[in-house]
Design a protein around this ligand. Structure first.
Ligand code: ES4
Ligand code: ZN
Length: 337
């Protein structure tokens, strides 16, 4: 790629990475063996890490991927498992010159398996502290709620004393919604976001990945989000796109994820040029790098460059929007500009 060295060294902020989506097949098999978790015996994809890696290149949809994503995380049991998972992510991020990452996690997917919130949070927190000290990567946690589960369950999880404590301490800075998008429109989660807003939490939501722009409009109007995760379908509604540009809402775009999950046929179909022309702010992100060909943030930057041949000035604009849109401290932000 032209600009390859420039893009590799460009300081990056990542805003759309599910820590559970950083679980590589090799670590998955290692943890399953250690924890005596039986992986499915009726799916040949689980014959070996190599077979699983190959299966991960053939997802047909978001829901097809999510089936593997939830099986994968069944191997995560102890504090050390969660710490190892997040450390693996931060080590990859360091190689791609990431300075700050706002990272998602899915507590309901662990609580339902009998893994405590304390185990998940303490494992991730240990990895974050080491990443800050050893790799100079700061990070913020975003607690995601699963939209395929009943809304009252998300509110109950949100109200748990240990979850509330993680908000009060600042360990978790914001909330999001993820998992199956259709038929679970954002407005269903209005009660959850109303509670989060009362606590002054940062608000984001996955929208416009498989669903149309009406899901993006609902996330903005009903949930009051300041970010949209994905947002690829925004370009189908120019009037809404102009409103998003005027509001300064950040889209956390994941180009290679969109290709792997068949939301688009190629990275060239992701409306990067339309967003630039309309003045929509966006960042580029890896989403679930271990499931999408081992493509971390740097590979996503390169794929966008190959498809769009952006200028150095355009890349500087993208990098700056990422710093300005990060949910880091203002002290850290000043260090990054
Ligand atoms: C996800 Cl790509 C994507 N979309 C929605 N939910 C998710 N959870 C993990 N990755
Ligand atoms: Zn995502």
């Amino acid at each position: 790629t032209p600009l390859h060295g420039f893009l590799a060294d460009l300081p990056k902020c990542e805003h759309h990475i599910h820590l559970e989506g950083a679980l590589a097949p090799s670590l998955l098999f290692k943890l399953a063996a250690k924890n005596k978790i039986e992986l499915p015996t009726d799916d040949p994809a689980f014959a070996s890490p190599e077979a699983l890696t190959k299966r991960y290149t053939n997802f047909v949809s978001l829901d097809d991927f999510l089936g593997y994503y939830y099986i994968g995380m069944s191997a995560l049991i102890t504090h050390e498992d969660f710490e190892a998972l997040a450390t693996d992510y931060f080590e990859h991020a360091a190689k791609d010159a990431v300075m700050h990452a706002d990272v998602f996690f899915d507590p309901q997917a662990h609580l339902s398996r009998g893994v405590s919130y304390e185990t998940v949070l303490s494992g991730f927190t240990a990895a974050r502290q080491k990443a800050e000290k050893n790799l100079n990567i700061t990070s913020t946690l975003i607690c995601c709620f699963l939209r395929h589960l009943p809304v009252p369950e998300s509110v109950e999880t949100f109200q748990l004393s240990e979850v509330q404590a993680s908000f009060a301490s600042g360990a978790v800075a914001g909330i999001g919604i993820d998992s199956s998008e259709v038929p679970f429109p954002p407005h269903l989660f209005t009660p959850l976001y109303a509670e989060a807003a009362k606590l002054g939490l940062r608000l984001t939501a996955h929208a416009g990945e498989e669903a149309g722009p009406e899901y993006i409009a609902s996330a903005l109007k009903d949930l009051n989000v300041t970010r949209i995760d994905h947002g690829v379908s925004l370009a189908r509604d120019p009037e809404l796109m102009a409103r998003v540009a005027a509001a300064g809402t950040l889209l956390t775009v994941c180009p290679m994820s969109n290709v792997f999950l068949k939301c688009v046929k190629s990275v060239a179909e992701v409306p990067i040029r339309k967003f630039l022309d309309a003045g929509v702010k966006f960042s580029l992100n890896s989403d679930d790098p271990a499931y999408f060909g081992g493509n971390y943030i740097g590979a996503n930057y390169c794929a966008v460059q190959e498809a769009f041949e952006l200028t150095v000035r355009e890349w500087e604009g993208i990098a700056l929007a990422g710093v300005r849109g990060s949910w880091c401290s203002d002290v850290r932000r000043e260090e990054m500009v």
